[in-house]
Each structure stands twice: as C-alpha cells, then as structure tokens.
Design a binder for this molecule. Sequence first.
Ligand SMILES: Cc1cc2nc3c(=O)[nH]c(=O)nc-3n(C[C@H](O)[C@H](O)[C@H](O)COP(=O)(O)OP(=O)(O)OC[C@H]3O[C@@H](n4cnc5c(N)ncnc54)[C@H](O)[C@@H]3O)c2cc1C
Length: 417
Amino acid sequence: MRFSGWRILKEGLTGNSGWTPQWRDPEPKEAYDIVIIGGGGHGLSTAYYLAREHGLRNVAVLEKGWIGGGNVGRNTTIVRANYGLPGNSEFYSHSLKLWEGLEQELNYNVMFSQRGVINLYHSDGQRDAFVRRGNAMVNQGDDAILLDRAALRRKLPYLDFDTARFPVLGGLYHPRGGTARHDAVAWGYARGADSRGVDLIQNCEVTGIDIDAGRVTGVQTSRGAIRAGKVGIVVAGRSSQVAAMAGLRLPIESHVLQAFVTEGLKPVIDQVVTFGMGHFYISQSDKGGLVFGGDLDGYASYAQRGNLPLVEHVMEAGMALMPMIGKARVLRSWGGIMDMSPDGSPVIDRTGIEGLYLNCGWCYGGFKAVPASGHCFAHLLATDRPHAAAAGFRLDRFRSGEGIMDEEATGAQHNLH
Ligand SMILES: Cc1cc2nc3c(=O)[nH]c(=O)nc-3n(C[C@H](O)[C@H](O)[C@H](O)COP(=O)(O)OP(=O)(O)OC[C@H]3O[C@@H](n4cnc5c(N)ncnc54)[C@H](O)[C@@H]3O)c2cc1C
C-alpha cells in the first residue's frame, strides 16, 4: 500500500476501512541467509538496505520484544552531522544525506524536521573549539554558522544570558540538523524491509549463538533454533551480553540515559538547543511537549529506567539555562540502555568468528546514525568489505589504539602515547 494525500482523503471518506497492517507477522523459518539480532533502528535499517541495495531477501530480524520498544523509540530524536574528527564526520554526513531523502524513499512520514541545532558556548576556549568544529563540518560539505552573543540572543531570547551558571557567549548553529519522529523511523524501515520479503520476527529472543569450527551456523532463540549463513549483532545496550554468547568480550559498558517531556505548550523553542557545560539539551515536539535530557546515569546498568539524582541534575541545568521552563509541568520520564564505547564512537565490523558481524557502540548518539549505520552494515554483510563511510569503525582500534575517534576528547588520545 502506498501512502499519499489521495489515500488519506479516500480513507477519510470511506470510514478508514482500507488500512492494512504495516508488516506481516511471520513464523520463523528453519534457515536464513542472514539473521539480524535486534529490531531497533539499526537492525531494521540494515535489513531494509540488504534487501533494497543488495537484493538479499532471505533475511530475518529477530526482536526479543516489539519493534520500536528499545532505544529507537526512547531517544530525544536529535539528528545532526556536526562531528569534527575524520572517520566520524564523513559517516554522519552520509547519514544526514540519507535522512534528507528518507521520507520519499520509504514513502513514510517520519516527521523529519530540519529546524536547526545550536550548541552553546560559554568561554573563549569553547568558542575556539567550536570554530574548529564548524570548519571541519563545512570542509565535509555540511553547514555550520558561528553565532555571536547578539545573533544568538535574537534566535533564543528566552535564555538566561547574564546570570546563568555559565555566561552564554554564543553558539554553533547547524541549520540542516533537527529532529524526526523516532518510532515512525522504526516503522518506516520495518515496513520497507517487510515489503521486500524480510521476515520481522517479534517476541523472539536470541539465547545462544551456534558456532562450529570457528564459523557461525545459526542462533538459538525462544522460538527454536534458526540456521543462518551470517549473523549480525545489532542490539545496542545488550551488545556485551549477546556478544558473550559467542565468547566475545566487548569494550562496551551499558548505562542508562534518561529523558523527559512536559505537557504540550504553544511553540516556544524553535531549534534544538544543547548546553554542553550544564549537560542539558532540549527541543519542542510537534505536539508541543518540551523534550529534554542530560547526562548518563553514572553507573553501569541494564535497568531501562533512571534514578532521582540525575532527574534533579537535569532539572537544575534546565532551570539555570532557561528559567521559563520552570513553569512547564513534566509529564513523563523514561530511560534507555546505552552501549558506551571507550572513545564514544561506534563499531561496524566483522568479528574473529567467520560469518559473525557486529554493529554497536552508539552511545547516546545512535538515532541520527540509523540510516547510515544500516546502509554501511548491510554493505559489510553483503560484500564482506567495509563501506568507505564507516571504514574507521573497527573493533581492533581499542586493542591497538590506532584510529581511536574520541570526539569529546575525554578518553585516550592515541597519537599522544
Ligand atoms: C533517552 C535517550 C535519548 C537519546 N537521544 C538521542 C538523540 O537525541 N539523538 C541520537 O542520535 N541518539 C539518541 N539516543 C541514542 C539512540 O537512541 C541509540 O543510540 C540507538 O537507538 C541505538 O540503536 P537501536 O535503535 O538499534 O537500538 P534499540 O532500539 O535499543 O534496538 C536494539 C534491539 O535489540 C533487541 N534485543 C536485545 N537483546 C536481544 C536478544 N537477545 N534477542 C533479540 N533481540 C534483542 C532489543 O529488544 C532492542 O529492540 C538516545 C537514547 C536514549 C535512551
């Protein structure tokens, strides 16, 4: 079924009786060419591009819960290509370009809104770092504009410029960044993959990975054994646990990240605003809710909910930056499990086991990566060669130190040692 304005009109006039389920609910087959473990954004986009770009349709996505129940439906929906380091910048640039054509390609309204992302700076040193980052973005072919304090005040008049915890001196503006409706992205890719023959199997937890003579042969699941020529692990916060089923110990730690939404308000925040010094970021959903979040919970955990100290911290940071949000009532908060890598950059690579592939380490930034991650992982699975845009996301960089991509410069910097 194709979606269109005419279709909506027709259904509106005929009692909405013609809509059909967006994807099938198949029984698992005994064997597939490729099994993807994890029906989040990355697993679904991988399956979609395997079918669309490589003609591989004997593919299953195994999801232990339901489509959209993981981080893909829990994030704060920010999409951007404002990375500064080679390796990351070409990948996120590739992703943003895929986002720009996504709704047409999937024939699905993912409510992609290029409303702009503004990163605030609060010191001369931070401004210098943002100038450098902005230049890297422009060199990559993306857009970046440095706003001084006066220009920023015109765009964001509601910020507390003068008495905030940190003085607000300006911002790095990325006009092509923005937001998208997160679960619609999962549904759009699910529908696209299903319509090309991929089996999306929900309520199917992978409990074991079968390996024979160094080669993967299939998986054990809560719905029985499934044989597979190749297996891709794409389970975000559960990466270490699932990889351990194949005897792999990953350099990944899982932490909870929380987010919050207020009651619906009239339009007040036009862009995505990030306040790195205070660990706070915010945008306004199309329904009017202020959607915001902050830092990770400080301890490793698989609990899909947060704790109160972080709630207090995020609220404090929000109030310090824009005291007007103190009048809004918070409706809900929730948490998702982040797959944190040592350098904050992901892994899209083969493993030492023949036929077993890994896609993980997205930390708190993997939503914007969904299109490119699936595109590049599908390329790797289909051709056994890394896609040029993701060639730096090697697993062995954590062992060798070679090619570490530490965007936040908070971890090891390989060329200093
Ligand atoms: C609060 C919050 C805010 C965020 N904000 C942003 C943001 O603004 N911008 C951004 O770019 N990123 C953001 N992120 C990060 C982003 O959401 C994640 O990096 C990304 O969604 C992870 O990839 P995924 O969609 O494939 O993960 P998921 O949706 O978690 O998919 C993994 C799937 O694997 C399944 N699974 C796990 N174990 C098994 C098993 N044994 N068998 C079968 N299936 C299994 C899970 O059930 C799950 O559905 C945020 C995350 C959170 C939680």
